[in-house]
Design a protein around this ligand. Structure first.
Ligand SMILES: C[S@@+](CC[C@H](N)C(=O)[O-])C[C@H]1O[C@@H](n2cnc3c(N)ncnc32)[C@H](O)[C@@H]1O
Length: 212
């Protein structure tokens, strides 16, 4: 059997346990906001255990959910079975999405651009598969605007990826989305800290960017 492109067996199980707790503390509402008003064919990158699936509105006709981590993919497949929209979960990575150019009406990333090796590569590939005028919906934790917290984020970012499945605490994801050529049409920044452990990843953003 081939070695998976992404394998974080311990983190995947930890995330499976804490994901629903974070969702109850506010994540559910964020995911609902993230996906509200979406329609047509959607591609979701790094779908994890499928925590977004219950929140896709009925106007979405199909979701192709990409998940490279084997344990998470298995859980996502279970979640897809009970979703009210058509969700297909497949193996894949950010740098090589299994989709044609301009095929999708929308793309979704949630808590993923912190974890891929190079957000610029992921965003370029997302742009490729989106139609002109298509939407990128994003829900990500990001670098803090306050210098003190940003300093703390940079410090913990040395160790954090080893504990958090490759997650980086201090990425300027909104700038990365703009640099990739998207036009940001909304970006709501807020703090979300379901536990004290989450201080370094508390600054979040939910938004929409358009492929012009
Ligand atoms: C913190 S989890 C978030 C999962 C999910 N998006 C959510 O909102 O609950 C980070 C996800 O990014 C995925 N990921 C990491 N590297 C990736 C890559 N190179 N390509 C695609 N997904 C990747 C992981 O497998 C994992 O599912």
């Amino acid at each position: 059997m081939n070695k998976p492109a992404v394998s974080h067996p311990l983190f995947a199980r930890f995330f499976y346990l804490i994901g629903p707790i974070a969702n109850k503390a506010g994540g559910d509402a964020h995911r609902k906001e993230l996906l509200s008003g979406l329609s047509g064919r959607v591609i979701e990158l790094g779908a994890g255990t499928g925590l977004n699936f219950p929140f896709y509105p009925p106007t979405v006709t199909e979701v192709l959910a990409i998940e490279p981590e084997p344990f998470m993919r298995k859980k996502a497949i279970d979640s897809a079975r009970v979703a009210s929209v058509d969700v297909k979960v497949v193996d894949g990575v950010d740098s090589n999405l299994p989709a044609e150019n301009c095929e999708y009406d929308a793309a979704v990333v949630s808590l993923v651009l912190c974890s891929v090796s190079d957000p610029g590569i992921a965003l370029k590939e997302i742009r490729r598969v989106l139609r002109v005028g298509g939407e990128l919906r994003f829900y990500e934790h990001i670098v803090a605007e306050e210098p003190r917290l940003a300093r703390l984020q940079r410090r913990v970012d040395i160790l954090w990826p080893y504990l958090g499945g490759g997650c980086h605490t201090s990425r300027d994801t909104v700038s990365a989305i703009e640099t990739a050529g998207f036009i940001i049409s909304s970006a709501r920044r807020f703090k979300f800290q379901p536990s004290a452990l989450a201080i370094p990843v508390s600054p979040h953003v939910i938004g929409t960017a358009i492929k012009g």
